[in-house]
Design a protein around this ligand. Structure first.
Ligand code: SF4
Length: 383
């Protein structure tokens, strides 16, 4: 389902993409026309995984497709100079979508490479746009979102968490940003000047630039493509505030969309259980059912599939394995080979790769999540 909250251009691109699935090579590096158009439209560069040292799985396997001002971050990493990575948790949902794992893995990557790490709880935005109270937002963040981020590899001791509602510097910065955009510019990017959108957009700008108040340093924001208009706006604002505040233009690294089980482009954080990261022990058997229901690239007959191989570019099972479940490159290569050579039919492939690797992913997540919850008392929100 394509959200109507998204800017028109993104909606159009996604509609087009739902009709025409992207072409991928084994590592998903090949870009379809649509992503190339987005790269051009939003002034990105295609993501080249040689830019950063020891690229992570998402970078190597083409889940990241675009970048803006990556060089200033690469230089900071190389010269061991200060830089930051920042991301937000939207506590409007009580769960997170599997696609969020990509963003978390990118935060983790930059944290492991020396970034000062900021993770904000977008409680103001959640209240403004979804009516979730600040108390409820905080509760959800502590009970699920923050432990989930830690379970996926974030270092609790090296991460600065804060709540938008408690960070006065962010609110002040949001007000300063609001002086740098005209109503027409805002409407062109966000579609309307609805008060909730205005509050959310300027608070986000305050968030993105906030780490630069205490230290002048570049920063990188890992995001999905739906965030491209926000990034464009905050970069414009940073440019307009440069002479006064000396801001670096924020860098951004973009990841591709995660398909829903039926192959459509996933826009919502709600959805099938397989798309949520916390699956109770008793429901782990659901994974098998979900994987068995997922869209594959299977041919109409066994004979045809043995002769021609599967249409892997259409296969959601392969997409999930490549982007999330199978960490070992050799295993993923085998899955790819056995599909395109017709060695495996889809049922055999799911039994050998899809189901066991998905189960393993969720079991490990659940174990790490339980451990992370024990440490949640250690968190002190920055104010
Ligand atoms: Fe997907 Fe496996 Fe079928 Fe290939 S054989 S289309 S990878 S389920």
């Amino acid at each position: 389902m394509i959200s109507k909250d998204l800017p028109k251009l993104i909606q159009k691109m996604l509609m087009f993409m739902t009709e025409k699935k992207p072409i991928i090579d084994p590592w998903g590096k090949e870009l379809v026309e649509d992503y190339n158009r987005l790269i051009k439209e939003f002034g990105m560069q295609p993501f080249d995984n040689n830019i950063f040292p020891e690229p992570n799985l998402q970078m190597r396997r083409g889940v990241n497709f675009g970048i803006q001002d990556g060089e200033q971050i690469a230089t900071a990493i190389q010269n061991k100079k200060p830089f930051y990575v920042l991301s937000g948790i939207m506590p409007s949902s009580e769960k997170i979508h599997l696609g969020t794992e990509t963003v978390i893995q990118n935060i983790r990557y930059f944290q492991d490479h020396g970034a000062k790490t900021y993770v904000l709880i977008a409680d103001v935005e959640s209240q403004a746009t979804r009516g979730v109270t600040l108390e409820e937002g905080r509760k959800r963040a502590l009970e699920f979102h923050i432990p989930a981020y830690i379970a996926l590899g974030l270092d609790i001791d090296k991460t600065n968490f804060y709540l938008q509602s408690e960070n006065k510097a962010v609110s002040n910065l949001a007000v300063i940003c609001s002086q740098k955009i005209t109503e027409n510019e805002f409407r062109a990017i966000y579609g309307s000047v609805h008060p909730a959108k205005v509050i959310s957009a300027f608070t986000q700008m305050g968030d993105i630039l906030y780490p630069q108040l205490s230290e002048k340093m570049p920063g990188i924001i890992p995001v999905g493509i739906d965030q491209a208009p926000h990034i464009r706006m905050v970069r414009d604002v940073a440019r307009r505030l440069k002479s006064e505040y000396g801001f670096f233009l924020p860098s951004a690294i973009y990841n591709k969309y995660t398909s829903a089980l039926d192959g459509s482009f996933k826009m919502s954080k709600s959805g099938e259980a397989i798309g949520k990261l916390e699956i109770p022990e008793k429901d782990l058997n659901l994974i098998e059912k979900k994987i068995n229901k997922a869209l594959t690239g299977g041919r109409p007959t066994r004979e045809e599939q043995r002769a021609k191989g599967g249409e892997i570019t259409k296969c959601v099972v392969y997409e999930y394995c490549k982007n999330h479940f199978i960490k070992d490159d050799k295993v993923l290569s085998l899955m790819f080979e056995e599909c395109v050579n017709g060695k495996n039919l889809c049922g055999e492939c799911k039994a050998k790769y899809g189901v066991p690797y998905a189960k393993n992913f969720y079991e490990e997540f659940n174990k790490n999540f339980a451990n992370a919850k024990k440490n949640i008392g250690k968190i002190k929100f920055v104010k």
